[in-house]
Design a protein. Structure first.
Length: 306
């Protein structure tokens, strides 16, 4: 389950906003930049002095006024890191917030995100909801505005990290949630304001994908009544074996194929999914390998297959 490291940081400037943070080993980073200007602004640029790779998550822009942007760095270098946000065009004000997390998926940590450059005048600003697909996500939410300083309270389930006392123009809140689902993101303000808001859900490591190994591939000609893949090693009760069959003539029902395991002919467990059509009917069998025996396949129908 992802957890926050330290607390979020915030800075502001005119031509750029800069944050220096001591990043822990194994951490990832979220950055949220905002710019307010009389001219057009797009997502801007985010760099750091460690040469980290930042991936743009999303941008919401208002051509005549403002832009808000999210980035993520899944695997940040450890140590002192200076992060700089520079708007594409000169701004009246720009701001940057940075949050740090650990125990997240190392290649695809973003489960969901939501951005809105201008909520309109409201006392309950919100970018919408985050619909997560993984259990135990960590949610960060950011609010920027250059309208007037107001008092904020956190939305349901969130805790304010920055901007929770006094009248402010920036606010950051965080929440650790349970089961995958839809989580509304909001604040309550002491007066109606039109801020830019963004939220992001960071997920735990995803299960490792099935390992694809081609072993003992062979082809049978048209009219064959038996085809055998040979032995495929099954080393774990969590392994999956994929067997692909291309029917070279006519459309045949998948039920004509029976999967057996081992030399005893015991029926194995299998699930069937139908894939796209390529020169005939292409069917994939996903075999639930809860056994530790060689796998082969035979057909009672004379269908050419490989």
């Amino acid at each position: 389950m992802p957890t926050e490291v330290g607390v979020s940081q915030h800075s502001s400037g005119t031509t750029s906003a800069v944050i220096t943070r001591t990043v822990a080993s194994g951490s990832g980073l979220v950055a949220c930049g905002w710019a307010d200007s009389g001219g057009a602004i797009s997502d801007g640029n985010l760099t750091d002095d460690q040469g980290n790779t930042w991936t743009l998550v999303g941008t919401s822009t208002q051509s005549f006024a403002a832009a808000i942007t999210l980035w993520v760095c899944p695997n940040a270098a450890s140590g002192s890191t200076t992060i700089t946000f520079t708007p594409d065009n000169p701004s009246d004000k720009c701001e940057l917030a940075v949050s740090e997390f650990t125990e997240a998926d190392s290649s695809s940590p973003v489960d969901a995100s939501a951005l809105l450059f201008n909520t309109g005048l409201t006392q309950t600003p919100s970018p919408g909801s985050l619909t997560t697909t993984s259990d135990g996500d960590l949610l960060f939410a950011y609010l920027f505005q250059n309208y007037q300083a107001v008092q904020y309270t956190a939305g349901t389930g969130f805790t304010i990290e920055i901007g929770g006392t006094g009248s402010v123009e920036f606010c950051c809140e965080v929440a650790a949630v349970g089961a995958a689902g839809t989580y509304p993101v909001s604040w309550t303000a002491s007066d109606s304001i039109p801020p830019a808001v963004a939220a992001i859900a960071i997920r735990a490591p995803l299960p490792a994908p099935p390992v694809s190994t081609v072993s003992n591939l062979n082809c049978q000609g048209s009219g064959a009544t038996t085809f055998d893949t040979g032995s495929i090693a099954v080393n774990s009760t969590t392994d999956w074996v994929q067997i692909s069959v291309v029917q070279l003539g006519g459309v045949k029902e998948a039920g004509l194929l029976t999967l057996y395991t081992g030399s005893t002919g015991a029926l194995g467990h299998f699930r069937l999914t139908r894939a796209d059509t390529i020169g005939g009917t292409h069917v994939d069998w996903l075999v639930d390998a809860d056994f530790n025996k060689p796998v082969y396949m035979r057909s009672a129908d004379g269908v050419g297959a490989c």
